[in-house]
Design a protein around this ligand. Structure first.
Ligand SMILES: Nc1ncnc2c1ncn2[C@@H]1O[C@H](COP(=O)(O)OP(=O)(O)O)[C@@H](O)[C@H]1O
Ligand SMILES: [Mg+2]
Length: 379
């Protein structure tokens, strides 16, 4: 990806659009802008492209332009929108700022004022991108249940928080059957569907309080909803919005997710830096993993984005790690030993494994995986 700022100009006056483009050409870090005359066309493109900077003429089609600002910022809260206008009625200016524009520039544009305002925004965008890219999103996914996804997500998130002391989010996007709150014995006040459905009402600074802090760690949990109807309304684009906002707060986001390849799962996987794919060393599990890789290929994911985790590994298993690697044409990234009594003991008590039994092979294994994921994040 180019590290120049993706920019749109939306203006039905060609001369005005060209003038903005010519001023932008002289500002550092701004990519060559895409120019649109029509709001709907620009919106459709923006949904896919996620522009970071938008120049929007609000003097014609005022109501639709303001609505455009609202919709874009709901999807991409960190995008900066600059309103430009031939008219400068105070009611239009107030409406534009209320909707979330960062600057309101009156036409005809004055080059110096324009450049000063835009350079300032460009700097903020660059800093934002840096901040955001510090957050790593890791999703534990398998198209099969009972394979250890929740155990891995929960314990790895706990270990990363303990190790890094940075804020780590553990999000249960199993919107209908989540069990992280059971694994960690939490009685959350809020849940993922509530936060998603109220994203435009919750102040960014209050998002953290919608998460349940896990004991005295730096792990924060967002659980699944109790109420199924709340979950049904959630769309893929809602997940993208949730993650965009959450990324600004946390250093790591660990996601546990359902086994279906539906719109929500794909949005989650698209937004992940890394996918952990747990499997067990047996033939059905290899076949399931093969199916996952077929889908990942269709989704154009880089091979390195997916890390195979062999779970419940027993010495002298009939199916060997090498068999899995041969069948999947991909190395096994990590092995977690089979230790049912320790893991179920921790789940039943509502703790992470290492809080109960620090020296067990399984807690050592989760710690090592967490260390790998934090140090070795080169993809
Ligand atoms: N490494 C392991 N060794 C032994 N048992 C495990 C291991 N990982 C998970 N389990 C057990 O497997 C069961 C399913 O795990 P869970 O995390 O709920 O799977 P999923 O989220 O994929 O449905 C749980 O009872 C859990 O205790
Ligand atoms: Mg689970």
């Amino acid at each position: 990806m180019s590290d120049r700022i993706k920019t749109f100009i939306i203006d039905d006056n060609e001369t005005s659009a060209n003038l903005i483009a010519s001023y932008l050409a002289e500002i550092e870090d701004i990519a060559e802008p895409l120019v649109y005359k029509n709001l709907n066309a620009a919106y459709k493109k923006a949904v896919d492209e996620e522009p970071k900077l938008i120049f929007l003429d609000v003097s014609t089609n005022q109501a639709s332009a303001i609505e455009f600002v609202r919709k874009i910022l709901m999807l991409f809260p960190s995008t900066k929108i600059v309103a430009t206008s031939y008219t400068a009625s105070s009611s239009l200016i107030v409406k534009a700022f209320k909707a979330g524009v960062k600057e309101f520039l009156i036409k005809p544009l004055i080059k110096n004022d324009f450049s000063e305002a835009v350079s300032k925004l460009a700097k903020q965008i660059k800093n934002n991108i840096k901040e955001n890219s510090k957050c790593k999103v890791i999703t534990v996914f398998s198209n099969k249940g009972g394979i250890g996804k929740t155990a891995i997500a929960t314990n790895v998130a706990y270990e990363i928080a303990e190790m890094s002391k940075e804020k780590v989010a553990l999000i249960d996007l199993n919107l209908q059957l989540g069990d992280i709150s059971t694994f960690l014995e939490l009685a959350p006040s809020f849940n993922a569907a509530y936060v998603i459905n109220n994203l435009d009402k919750i102040d960014k600074n209050d998002i953290l309080s919608a998460f349940e802090k896990y004991r005295d760690s730096s792990l924060y949990v967002l659980s699944d909803p109790q109420n199924l109807t709340e979950a049904q309304a959630v769309k893929g684009s809602d997940i993208t919005r949730l993650l965009n906002v959450t990324k600004e707060i946390f250093s790591y986001i660990i996601i546990d997710i359902s086994t279906n390849f539906d719109e929500k799962t794909i949005a989650t996987l698209d937004n992940s830096d890394l996918i952990l794919l747990p499997m067990i060393l047996n033939l059905p599990s290899i076949r399931n993993a093969q199916r996952c890789f077929e889908v990942f290929k269709k989704l154009n994911y880089h091979k390195d984005k997916i890390k195979i985790i062999a779970n419940r590994v027993i010495e002298n298993d009939e199916v060997k790690i090498e068999d899995v690697e041969l069948a999947l044409k991909q190395p096994v990234y990590f092995k977690i030993p089979n230790n049912y009594s320790t893991i179920i003991g921790a789940i039943n008590k509502g703790y992470a494994v290492s809080e109960i039994n620090q020296s067990s092979n399984i807690s050592k294994s989760f710690r090592k995986l967490a260390a790998l994921l934090t140090d070795n994040f080169t993809y």
